[in-house]
Structure formats: C-alpha cells, structure tokens
Design a binder for this molecule. Structure first.
Ligand SMILES: *[C@@H]1O[C@H](CO)[C@@H](O)[C@H](O)[C@H]1NC(C)=O
Ligand SMILES: *[C@@H]1O[C@H](CO)[C@@H](O)[C@H](O)[C@H]1NC(C)=O
Ligand SMILES: *[C@@H]1O[C@H](CO)[C@@H](O)[C@H](O)[C@H]1NC(C)=O
Ligand SMILES: *[C@@H]1O[C@H](CO)[C@@H](O)[C@H](O)[C@H]1NC(C)=O
Ligand SMILES: *[C@@H]1O[C@H](CO)[C@@H](O)[C@H](O)[C@H]1NC(C)=O
Ligand SMILES: *[C@@H]1O[C@H](CO)[C@@H](O)[C@H](O)[C@H]1NC(C)=O
Ligand SMILES: *[C@@H]1O[C@H](CO)[C@@H](O)[C@H](O)[C@H]1NC(C)=O
Ligand SMILES: *[C@@H]1O[C@H](CO)[C@@H](O)[C@H](O)[C@H]1NC(C)=O
Ligand SMILES: *[C@@H]1O[C@H](CO)[C@@H](O)[C@H](O)[C@H]1NC(C)=O
Ligand SMILES: *[C@@H]1O[C@H](CO)[C@@H](O)[C@H](O)[C@H]1NC(C)=O
Ligand SMILES: *[C@@H]1O[C@H](CO)[C@@H](O)[C@H](O)[C@H]1NC(C)=O
Length: 762
C-alpha cells in the first residue's frame, strides 16, 4: 500500500479508513524532513544549519504535536509527529520568538531574522486540535491564482505549510487530463475547445456553471504550461506535508456529446447567472450511466500516472449553484451513490471532497430530507469530506445534523469576489469552531474558503492558529504578537500596537451578520445610481459595520508609528498596510461625497442652473478624491491593475494570445461576463482601475445628472450608455497604463495625500 500523506501519518483511524495505509510507506518522502530544510534554505539561507528537525512517532495522541527546544550545540530543534506539525512549530518559533514571518503579497520577511537566532527561555510546544487544516476555495484559483507563476506558488505553499495547512486542492492544469479523457471518448479538439472557458473563468467551468470562452479559445499550449506547473505544485505540496486534493471527473462534457456519445444518458445544467445559453447549461453525463465511471477511471488513472500516488482526496462538485435534474430523494441518493462508486472503482481509497455551498445557496431546494438522501448515497461516512463553506456566517452543519455523520471542515469564507475592504469577525472565528468541536463528533478540520486571497490576512491567520488552541484565542494578545511579527520586530513604536488594537475591537469585530456577513463592497466600485448605494446590507452590501471615525483614529496610529520609526517605510508589510489603511479612509470618505451629490441633485426648489453648478462642484471634488486614491494605490505593486494585467499577458503562451489574456483579466474585475452578467462582483480597489474605470463611470454619472432633470432620471437608460463604454474599456487591451506611484516613494505619496486631504485624516 502506498504512503499517503501526513494526515494518514497522524493516525486518523477514527475518521478515515485510509489511515491504515500509513505503515508500509515507500513511494513518497513524507517521512523525510528534506522539504522543510529546503524551505529554510529558500527563505532563511543564512540559517540553513541553525535548525534540527525530527519527525517522531506519534505516541499516545491521535493528534499532531510539536515541540521547539534549544540544542546543546546552540541550534534550535523542532520535533513533531508530522511534517505539518514541525512546520507549524517552526512557524511559532519564527513568528512569536524571532518576530519574522512570511505574508501574502508583502512576501517573505523571514530573511529579517538576526544572524544569531534567539534561544528559547522555555520550550515551545503545542498540538493541533483537528486533523485537517485546509486552504483554498475552488474559485480562488481563478480570482487570485489565474495567472500565477511558479514563484507565486512557491510563496503561497511556503505560507500554507508554515501555517500548518495539511490539505488543499491542486486545480492547476486539470484541463490537460480532461483533454485526454475527452479525446479518448471521441471528442475532436474543436469540440473540446468549445467547452473550455477562457483562463480567468476556469473555476466555473470546473463547476459546470459555464462553458465556452467569450475571448479567444483556451490555447492548448497554455494548458501544457499549466500542467507542468501543477506537477511542481503537487510535488512541493507533498514535500511540505500538504496532501493535495486532486480534481475528479465531475461529469461535465463538451456540448457535442449527443453526436459523439449517442448512447450516453445526458442531462443539462441550468442556465447560470443569466449567462447567454451558449455559455452555460453545461452537458452532464448522468452518473448512473456506466460511461461516467469509465471516464472517471480514465481520469484518475491519468492523474496517478502524472503525479504518482500522492493522495486519495478528490474534489468533485456536481450541483454548485445548480438545481439537480430531480428533487426526488431516490434520485438524489442514486446520483451520489453512483458518483461515489465510480470514484471508488478508480481509487479504492478515494475520499470525495466537496464544497457544501449548494446547501447554503438554495435552502428551498436543499431541504434536510434531500441533503440526507444525497449524503446517504455514500454509505461509508469516512469516504466523504465536506467543506462547510461559510461557517462564520451561514453554517449548514447544525441544520444538516453534522452532515449526518460525514466528516466536515469548519471554513471561514470572509469575502466574495476577492473584494478589497477591511472586515472581520474575530469573535466568531475563535469561538464558533471551538463550540462546534464540542457539539459535532464529525468535525474534522478548520479551513479557509475565501473566494479571493486579498486583504485582512490577520483574520485568516487567526483561524489557522485556533486549530492549535483548545480555548478560544485571546485576540488582544494575538493581535499584539501578530503585529510584532508583521513588522519584523517587537521594538516598534507603541502606536503601531495601538493601531491594531483599535481595529481589533471595531473594524475586525463585526457581530451583526444581518448588517454585514462578509467583506463589504466600496460604492466606488459599483455602477453609480441615485438610490441609497451606501446603505445596502447583506452579501455584497455596502454598509460599513463600524463608525468610519474609528478607522481614521486607527490610521493615525499606524501612520504616526511610521513617522516615529521611518524604517517602517522600508518594511514590505508596513508598505502594504499603510497603503491599504489609507485606501480604506479615502474609500470611506467617498460616501459623504456621494450622498451630497444625491442631495444636491434632488434638492427641491432650485433652478436648473444652480443644480448644475452644485453638481459640477461636487463632481470636481469626487474626481480629486479618486485621483488621490489612485495615486496612493499606485505606490504599491499589489494594488495596481497593471500588476494583474501584466501577469495575464505574461501567462499567455505566445504574444498572439497576450491581448485575449489581458481581456480576460480586465473582464473578470469589471463586467464579469461577455456583457456584464455579474458586473462588479469581483471589483477591485486598484490604481489604474480607479482612474481609468471607476472614476470614468462616476464622471459619466455626474454628467448624466447634469443633463437630466430629476423627474426624467432613468437608471436603465444611464446603464445602457455606461455599458457601451464599459465594453470598450474591457476591449482596450495593450494600452499603456500610467501608474504614477511606480517610481515614487510610499512615504512621500502618503504625506502628500494627507496634506491635500487634511480634514479627512484629522
Ligand atoms: C543539528 O544539525 C546540524 C547540521 O545542520 C548538525 O551539525 C548538528 O550536529 C545537529 N545537532 C544535533 C543536536 O542533532
Ligand atoms: C508542553 O511542555 C510542557 C513542559 O515540557 C508540558 O507540561 C506540556 O504538557 C506540554 N504541552 C503540550 C501541549 O505538549
Ligand atoms: C453565443 O451567442 C451570442 C449571441 O447570443 C453570440 O454573439 C456568440 O457569438 C455566441 N458564442 C458562441 C461561443 O457560440
Ligand atoms: C439508479 O441507478 C441505476 C444505475 O446504477 C439505474 O439503473 C436506476 O434507474 C437509477 N434509479 C433512479 C431512481 O434514478
Ligand atoms: C432554488 O430552488 C428552487 C427549486 O426548488 C428554484 O425554484 C429556485 O429558483 C432556486 N433558487 C436559487 C436562488 O437558485
Ligand atoms: C457566528 O455566526 C453564526 C451564524 O450567524 C451564529 O450562529 C453564531 O452565533 C456566531 N457566533 C459568534 C461567536 O459570534
Ligand atoms: C443589525 O443590523 C440590522 C440591519 O442594519 C439592524 O436592523 C439590526 O437592528 C442590527 N442588530 C443589532 C443587534 O444591532
Ligand atoms: C529597504 O531599503 C534598502 C536600501 O535602500 C532597499 O534595498 C530595500 O529594497 C528596501 N526594502 C523594502 C522592503 O523596501
Ligand atoms: C418649494 O416651493 C413650493 C412652491 O414654490 C413650496 O410650496 C414648497 O414648500 C417649497 N419646498 C421647500 C422644501 O422649500
Ligand atoms: C428608461 O429607459 C429605457 C431604456 O432607454 C426605456 O426603455 C424606458 O422606457 C425608460 N423608462 C422611462 C420611465 O422612461
Ligand atoms: C471588441 O473587440 C472585438 C475584436 O477585437 C470587436 O469585434 C468588438 O466589436 C469590440 N467590442 C467593443 C464593444 O468595442
């Protein structure tokens, strides 16, 4: 039997039958700490001989544990019962004792560690309270990682490994396997090309929501490159103790299926999100058809040939945001049962992982009876692992009786569409998973399921840390220590800790989920309208769940720290945060300007002339604010449209595809669909986008108000005009984007902005 992974290694007998596979290990190096040593060489080359890692047998506990101690010869020894626990122990030492860490976007600061590492005054030790620590939503692959290079993945995987993640999907380049399976079934390349979406929308092709590309076809050369990337990703995961969850064949096939597979039992998915029919209603082979199992076996076998025996976990979603063809419980039980049996026929130890978003998304269809029937088709509980995808705001596990005994993971979703805005529910992510652990015997892990990986890294770190704490974490201490690691020193001015304390108790402590269950959207990034844009509550809402004055106070504290200790401006995490927090203050300051515009427009008993004069004045203020915001954002590459667009262009397999790849990138963050089907869903606060897109839309809005008497105001008419322009913006690929802050100094830009907008920052 093959060696599975670190999860199996920790002896999850109670939950997973595959754990029995641990004893006879051969193929994979999960008993070796070579991958950890390589991480140290990558990130802390000056300390490659300062650590001793050892993997010890698990004695009495079923859960992973670590201990960090001094060695007699002056080194730091990290012992653990799994690779993942060694990595988490190493991380605890680096972040809590050395005060250095590795971050999304801000990158690795582990190189800031002093040349002589601090000794421990007492051993550091800990154990995980859950077997699985999970990361990544299927859609993160498109929102965040669509154009990632190997360097981006390396940073990501080191980040994940050090934070104790031991289970994550590996979606990249799956098209390569699909192409081969489709070809084998008789599809021609043209049929297959007509099935794939463009590179920025593949996640929804994987879900069966979308098919076909509204830019150019997906080039097979690109697929080859992605597949090569995936091989490196999977290998690195294994080296770092992360079990890859590989895709399975979900059943979606090209629309030529009736011609190519005339005897197959075919179904059609629903029309998704108002997309034109030819981009949705994917063809689906009913899993009750033996052809489904045959294609599944081919798919899994090809994957095993490509990556080796690295996992038994497979991600497979068949009804994401789509109603099954029948609500009949016998059918639902049958469809999942056949899907499961097909998987087991391909890999006898297969574990089926899926995102339980469907149950939350349509509680009308997914009654408890239907959930029970669908899950009941899998008669061995340990053959499934369910991601309770939005546990902090819309958990399903309680009503679904802990998924009727199936293992499941408590997941923090936090944001939709990779929206950039500060937000958090620190009480919920520390208290609810601990309560859930007491209440649900089948809870098996904690994880991150954010749609996009963007802002608010602290609230994700918090849940991952909670996976090693039996009691809800004391967030005050946690924030303080986190800030010390964030800025690579515990000797920073007090003001920086005060800043994080201020946001901890306010911006990051939302408890009213009716008001705001997830990261709010900035109204700047939405189609302008006169009707109360700033007070929308609920998912994708805009209402701030805190007093904006508090954000100003916190910003002052963060900025003051930089003025007191200017070396902070040379710290990549501070550079990121000061830009992000300044962005937040300016975005919040846009709201009163918007409200004034609406008030001025509808002010009774004014002449047209005075209305126009007032609107023009407000329009100038709005322009000035958004240009300042654009300037601030442009001072950090992580907040620039050009970073996203050039990643897309570089990802293209040849220059012939550069424009269509850029089109894809532009389309996702604006119209999201050929003509705005999910407009603004994945909008971004990025320079370039601010100036050339959001500002232009607002200017067109003010212009429309100037030309239109209030009684004639017609939102449909305005949006129709806007759409013509939006379509041409998305099309304007290859244009040179001026990013004013690219060569400028962050400190200087912030100082200039503060001077210009004194009253906002005071
Ligand atoms: C720790 O590892 C170093 C090599 O990196 C080795 O020289 C040393 O002997 C080891 N120390 C212990 C106590 O195992
Ligand atoms: C950590 O170490 C201390 C002292 O060595 C011990 O008492 C404690 O049980 C350990 N805790 C864990 C979680 O291993
Ligand atoms: C889809 O249909 C639209 C019109 O409804 C058409 O413009 C477009 O070319 C079609 N695309 C494909 C891939 O068939
Ligand atoms: C259940 O699946 C079998 C094939 O495994 C099929 O013959 C049967 O018709 C299905 N029953 C229902 C109710 O769908
Ligand atoms: C939920 O399912 C019902 C059928 O049970 C359907 O009528 C409705 O449109 C679905 N709602 C959503 C939001 O998909
Ligand atoms: C977290 O949110 C859920 C869902 O709304 C709610 O049931 C729960 O009480 C919240 N828990 C805490 C600790 O805020
Ligand atoms: C939560 O927010 C909603 C919507 O703004 C409001 O109606 C409700 O009163 C708030 N609840 C609490 C407890 O403040
Ligand atoms: C810090 O300053 C040094 C010297 O000017 C420079 O080389 C380095 O890139 C700076 N680091 C950051 C993160 O800005
Ligand atoms: C607007 O003018 C009308 C008549 O000219 C008057 O009846 C009304 O009170 C005025 N409204 C306001 C708000 O001043
Ligand atoms: C608003 O504009 C649309 C599109 O131009 C038009 O069809 C509609 O009749 C207008 N509505 C009113 C109330 O004028
Ligand atoms: C976008 O570009 C394509 C070809 O590059 C063209 O056919 C289409 O009309 C353009 N659309 C708009 C709205 O400019």
């Amino acid at each position: 039997m093959k060696l599975l992974d670190t999860i199996a290694f920790v002896g999850l007998m109670a939950i997973s039958t595959v754990a029995t596979a641990t004893s006879e290990s051969t193929a994979f190096t999960t008993h070796s700490t070579a991958g950890i040593k390589a991480l140290v060489r990558r990130r802390l080359p000056q300390h490659q001989h300062s650590f001793n890692f050892s993997l010890s047998a698990n004695t009495d506990s079923e859960l992973e544990s670590y201990s960090v101690t001094n060695t007699d010869d002056g080194n730091i020894r990290v012992q653990g019962t799994s690779l993942s626990s060694i990595l988490y122990g190493l991380h605890s030492y680096l972040s809590d004792v050395v005060h250095v860490d590795i971050w999304w976007y801000a990158g690795s600061q582990l190189g800031d560690a002093p040349s002589i590492l601090p000794k421990l005054s007492s051993p550091l030790n800990g154990s995980s309270i859950v077997p699985y620590r999970y990361d990544f939503n299927t859609v993160t692959t498109s929102y965040t990682a669509a154009f990632w290079t190997w360097e981006d993945w390396e940073l990501q995987l080191d980040w994940m490994a050090l934070r104790g993640i031991n289970l994550a999907p590996a979606w990249i380049g799956i098209e390569k396997i699909l192409i081969e399976v489709f070809q084998e079934a008789g599809f021609a390349d043209d049929d297959i090309q007509a099935f794939f979406t463009g590179p920025a929308f593949l996640a929804w092709n994987h879900f069966g929501n979308l098919q076909g590309s509204w830019s150019s076809i997906l080039p097979f050369e690109w697929v080859d490159g992605q597949f090569a990337l995936q091989k490196r990703i999977v290998k690195r995961m294994v080296d770092l103790g992360i079990t890859p969850i590989l895709p399975a064949f979900p059943g979606f096939v090209p629309r030529a299926a009736p011609r190519v597979l005339p005897d197959a039992q075919l179904l059609h998915s629903i029309q998704w999100a108002n997309f034109p029919e030819n981009y949705t209603e994917d063809t689906f082979i009913d899993p009750v058809d033996p052809l489904f199992a045959q294609m599944q076996r081919s798919f899994i076998t090809k994957q095993q040939q490509a990556y080796g025996d690295v996992t038994n976990f497979y991600t497979l979603d068949q009804f994401n945001e789509m109603i099954p063809p029948s609500g009949d419980v016998a059918y639902l039980r049958n469809v999942s049962s056949n899907t499961w049996k097909a998987l087991k026929s391909a890999d006898a130890n297969a574990i089926w992982v899926f995102q339980a978003w469907l149950f939350a998304q349509n509680t009308t269809f997914w009654t408890n009876e239907r959930i029970e029937a669908y899950l009941g088709g899998i008669t061995t509980d340990s053959d499934m692992l369910i991601l309770d995808i939005w546990s902090e705001s819309m958990p399903q596990w309680q009503r679904a009786q802990s998924y009727y005994g199936k293992p499941w993971i408590w997941c923090e979703l936090q944001n939709y569409g990779a929206t950039i805005n500060m937000y958090g529910q620190i009480q919920n992510v520390t208290q609810s998973p601990i309560l859930a652990l007491e209440e649900s015997a089948s809870l098996s892990g904690f994880g991150l399921s954010m749609e996009g990986q963007q802002d608010n890294e602290i609230v994700y770190d918090l849940l991952l840390a909670q996976a090693w704490n039996r009691e809800p974490i004391d967030t005050e201490t946690y924030f303080h220590n986190w800030a010390a690691a964030r800025y690579s020193s515990d000797q920073r001015p007090a003001s920086i800790y005060n800043a994080w304390e201020t946001v901890r108790t306010t911006v990051y402590d939302n408890t009213n989920l009716t008001l705001m269950p997830s990261v709010p959207k900035s109204i700047i990034e939405l189609v302008p309208r006169t009707s109360n844009m700033a007070d929308i509550t609920g998912i994708l809402g805009t209402k701030l769940p805190y007093d904006p004055a508090i954000m100003v106070t916190a910003w002052q504290q963060l900025y003051r720290a930089g003025l007191q200790d200017t070396s902070l401006f040379n710290n990549s995490a501070y550079q990121y945060d000061i830009v992000d927090w300044t962005r937040q203050v300016l975005a919040n300051a846009f709201i009163p300007i918007y409200k004034t515009i609406v008030d001025v427009y509808y002010m009774p008993n004014q002449t047209t002339e005075s209305r126009v004069t007032r609107l023009k004045t407000q329009g100038q203020l709005l322009t000035k604010l958004l240009l300042s915001l654009d300037g601030v954002l442009s001072s950090n590459k992580n907040f620039r449209l050009s970073t996203w667009l050039s990643a897309a262009r570089s990802s293209a397999p040849s220059s012939a595809y550069a424009d269509s790849f850029e089109y894809e990138a532009r389309n996702q963050v604006t119209l999201w669909g050929p003509s705005g089907q999910l407009v603004d869903y994945a909008s971004k606060a990025w320079s370039g986008l601010m100036k050339t897109y959001h500002l232009k839309r607002w200017q067109m809005f003010v212009e429309y108000l100037i030309l239109t008497e209030p009684a004639q105001y017609n939102q449909t008419e305005f949006q129709a005009q806007l759409l013509v322009w939006e379509l041409s913006w998305v099309n304007s690929t290859g244009a040179h984007l001026e990013e004013p802050g690219e060569k400028a100094d962050v400190q200087e830009i912030i100082a200039r902005t503060v001077e210009q907008w004194g009253q906002i920052f005071a």
